[in-house]
Design a protein around this ligand. Structure first.
Ligand code: FAD
Length: 376
């Protein structure tokens, strides 16, 4: 039987999840291509807690809620495939507010959402000593809403595991920059590859890939930077902290704290480190965990998020070119919804029905050869 040739361009969370699931199917030749430059997934903080967002867009919420729940399926599938040290854990998430009235409003929102999102689990308002019990070195007079179902994921570890399994399951990985040619072909350096179906999971670089074929794409880049500090705290079960403003503190195993991130809309695809911004974020975190002042910064990360003009992700087949599937615009919650999107793209290629209605996320309004984009 002729093998179906699938090419995936982009080895972030979307492309790697699709590659992992597709490579479990016989009679497919799957090639994943990544140029290793600006992966947002490896740069990400790792908060998986969409339920306390004040954003009221139901289409967005429905997707990120599904995405957070899909982590449980993905972890089971990784375990079945032999992974013992999982990159995802539910340690809860704290969202801080300065006023009691705002804490109560947020807790009410979480309770409303919990009716349809049972994964939120228990919801508490914590203050003073109750917060120190969760995170002993924390010093703050603010209160926080704790959702016990909130999770954290190490995006780099998850990618390494997905890519490792993909290759064990017979998939081919190529490091290089891919270019699209007409007639179902992709070129890397001098070599040309044919495909039956193509997934473009190139994150913020999707316009680069599609412009040579004459497409206009509604995607803009946003630079994000963060830092990590290796501490001596026992952080394994600390909940994630979403502070007032854009700074979050996320604890991983063995004392590692990830602090960030910036949201810079004026930097294009610039991936250089801005030490001043990194230092400012460390100071914000040290204001609530003063012991952090005695530690040096261990690592820094820079990545590029992709945004559409209406902040909604899109994914699915291009109606003008149905052999091509795309996904982009995942924004700042892409680690949350990325695995679910990658899985759905795989299901679409495998022609497996699933009950989630993907129509509201169609790429059509965002990618056009002729006519106007949604943003124009
Ligand atoms: C600092 C930061 C913090 C974040 N924190 C969180 C968080 O806590 N929670 C959350 O849910 N989300 C978070 N996000 C968002 C999330 O990381 C992204 O939305 C998500 O990872 C995007 O995944 P992706 O697969 O679409 O793209 P990417 O991970 O960017 O992967 C795309 C890949 O395609 C490759 N590529 C592009 N063009 C080509 C080509 N022509 N040839 C070959 N390869 C190509 C790129 O090099 C890249 O590796 C954060 C993002 C950043 C930057």
């Amino acid at each position: 039987m002729k093998q179906k040739k699938i090419i995936i361009i982009g080895g972030g969370i979307v492309g790697s999840t699709a590659a992992f699931y597709l490579s479990q199917t016989p009679n497919m030749q799957i090639t994943l291509i990544d140029d290793g430059t600006g992966n947002a997934t490896r740069a990400a903080a790792g908060i998986i807690c969409p339920w306390l967002s004040q954003r009221r867009n139901q289409t967005w919420y429905h997707l990120v809620d599904k995405g957070a729940a899909f982590y449980l399926d993905l972890m089971q599938d990784l375990q079945k495939a032999g992974i013992t040290h999982l990159p995802y854990k539910q340690t809860g998430t704290l969202v801080f507010k300065k006023k009691d009235s705002l804490l109560n409003q947020l807790a009410t929102l979480a309770q409303e959402r919990q009716k349809h999102s049972p994964m939120i689990a228990q919801i508490d308002i914590l203050k003073g000593q109750e917060l120190s019990t969760q995170i002993p070195p924390l010093v703050t007079d603010q209160g926080a809403v704790l959702t016990h179902g909130g999770g954290r994921v190490d995006g780099g570890q998850l990618l390494d595991q997905l890519l490792g399994l993909f290759q064990q399951q017979g998939g081919h990985f190529i490091q290089g920059k891919a270019q699209l040619l007409p007639d179902n072909q992709v070129q890397i350096d001098e070599i040309i590859y044919d495909y039956d179906e193509l997934i473009l999971a190139a994150g913020a670089w999707l316009p680069d890939l599609l412009t040579p074929l004459g497409y206009k794409v509604d995607i803009r880049p946003q630079k994000g930077q963060l830092l990590s500090i290796d501490t001596h705290f026992t952080t394994d079960n600390w909940p994630g902290c979403m502070l007032h403003g854009e700074i979050d503190i996320l604890a991983f195993e063995q004392g590692k704290l990830v602090i960030g991130a910036t949201h810079e809309n004026d930097q294009g695809y610039n991936l250089s480190l801005d030490r001043e911004k990194i230092q400012q974020m460390k100071e914000v975190a040290s204001a609530v965990i003063p012991d952090l002042q005695q530690y040096e910064i261990s690592h820094t990360r820079v990545g590029t998020r992709a945004y559409t003009s209406d902040f909604l992700p899109f994914y699915g087949r291009l109606s003008e070119h149905p052999a091509i599937l795309v996904a982009s615009g995942l924004g700042s919650s892409g680690l949350t919804c990325g695995p679910f999107i990658g899985w759905q793209l795989a299901q679409s290629i495998l022609k497996q029905p699933h009950e989630f209605d993907a129509n509201p996320y169609s790429p059509d309004p965002y990618i056009k050869i002729q006519g106007r984009l949604k943003s124009e």
